[in-house]
Design a protein around this ligand. Structure first.
Ligand code: V47
Length: 390
């Protein structure tokens, strides 16, 4: 028998869901009924508002001494085929010359480079602040912060205090993978463990910094591990309160050592969004990251609990190296159109969910547009055509 009526009653009474409820939600066969419950919670919080931003990706180095089995991005050492570390000048130029004057965020995730001194990262940030001080720097995962702490003999707080003085504004959510040690030990056993990842975020929150959190799903983990992961994030949020957004990341299986595994299906993607919305009652936003989920599923996820699509991106390589075939970027207009077509109100936000511009909802259902009109627009929809990162 479906657990949804019982869980729905708990939600209506304002009761917190527990691990058994989370597991029952993951096992619920009626995806639409599950989605409806999550959508009600999403609309209670945000109505039809759906957030996106104008951002860019930057990966300063893909040299990484960790050997995560799902990763297709990292190169073990400098000089290995495909290994790349930008110079400061290249990195500063990429921001200075970014063509969009409305850019509000630079998002950076790097490999764990064994040879770069700490000052290199401080100079990178302060140079960016010099060239475009208005752009928010959302850089370094909890795993990178922990790596710096161990390598340079500092606490998480010391690392973050210095990086913040150099220009760091907030942290992305990457590196969470699956926090449970049984899975983490098998897919990424030589970097920060789950507790260290959470401790780095806790330290950032205590300094007043906002961060995001993620879950890499659809590989060797079970539903029990996913529920455990969500409960650990929820407990951390109870303690330090600085997570603003949760992003489930769908596993991609190309060019990594887990390539025999199938990728999660759209049903799993939508289910995971919905369960996350219902379990993470103390995190405001759930993001359907279009690069990881695919544009079509991300658009549908806006009716399954997600209220954010991420941004224009441009320059992503972690997913494109692992087989993602989505475009390298989307225009602001394309994001607005996708949100309107889903019947929602597009809201351009900054990284901390300050409103940049709230746009009107569609005057008429976009799907009713004439085929010719739609096709003409389709051509100008993407910033770049589909293709893998070089
Ligand atoms: O840490 C790596 C994941 C993360 C694969 O904070 C993979 O707003 C699937 O941090 N298949 C980086 N996932 C991405 C990230 C992120 C993305 C979007 C928004 C935000 C945010 C953060 O990508 C990594 C890892 O967990 N990842 N390889 C793969 N083959």
């Amino acid at each position: 028998m479906s657990a949804l009526p019982r869980i729905g009653a708990k939600l209506a009474a304002g009761e917190r869901l527990d691990g058994d409820d989370g597991l029952a939600l993951f096992m619920e066969p009626d995806l639409l009924a599950l989605g409806q419950l999550a959508n009600a919670e999403r609309e209670r919080r945000h109505g039809d508002r759906t957030f996106f931003n104008v951002n860019m990706r930057y990966e300063a180095t893909n040299v990484c001494e960790a050997s995560c089995s799902f990763c297709a991005f990292a190169k073990l050492e400098e000089g290995a085929p495909g290994a790349h570390t930008a110079t400061h000048e290249e990195a500063w130029k990429a921001l200075a010359e970014h063509p969009d004057p409305k850019l509000t965020e630079l998002h950076m995730v790097n490999g764990l480079h064994p040879g770069l001194p700490f000052e290199w990262y401080e100079q990178l940030l302060s140079g960016w602040k010099r060239v475009r001080p208005e752009v928010h720097l959302k850089c370094f995962t909890g795993v990178e912060i922990h790596y710096f702490a161990e390598k340079f003999g500092m606490s998480h707080t010391e690392v973050l205090t210095r990086l913040r003085a150099a220009g760091l504004d907030s942290m992305p959510g990457g590196g969470a993978e699956i926090l449970h040690p049984d899975v983490r030990g098998r897919i990424s056993n030589d970097k920060a463990d789950g507790e260290q990842y959470l401790a780095a975020h806790g330290a950032a929150h205590r300094l007043g910094m906002k961060t995001n959190c993620t879950m890499l799903y659809g590989h060797i983990e079970t539903f029990e591990h996913r529920v455990d992961h969500l409960l650990r994030l929820r407990a951390q949020q109870e303690e330090t309160g600085g997570f603003q957004c949760f992003i489930p990341l769908a596993f991609h299986n190309e060019n990594n050592s887990l390539q025999k595994l199938p990728e999660p299906t759209a049903v799993d993607d939508l289910r995971t969004i919905a369960v996350s919305r219902l379990m993470l009652d103390n995190i405001d936003h759930i993001k359907a990251y279009w690069v990881s989920m695919g544009i079509d599923t991300a658009q549908m996820a806006l009716r399954f609990g997600a209220d954010d699509l991420d941004g224009t991106i441009v320059g992503e390589s972690i997913y494109h190296s692992a087989g993602s075939t989505v475009p390298m970027g989307l225009t602001r207009d394309a994001l607005v159109r996708l949100i309107r077509e889903a019947g929602r109100i597009p809201v351009e936000r900054d990284t901390e969910y300050g409103i940049v511009e709230e746009l009107p909802r569609a005057a008429r259902p976009e799907a009713a547009m004439k085929v010719r009109e739609r096709n003409a627009e389709k051509k100008s929809l993407n910033v770049l055509s589909t293709g893998a990162a070089s």
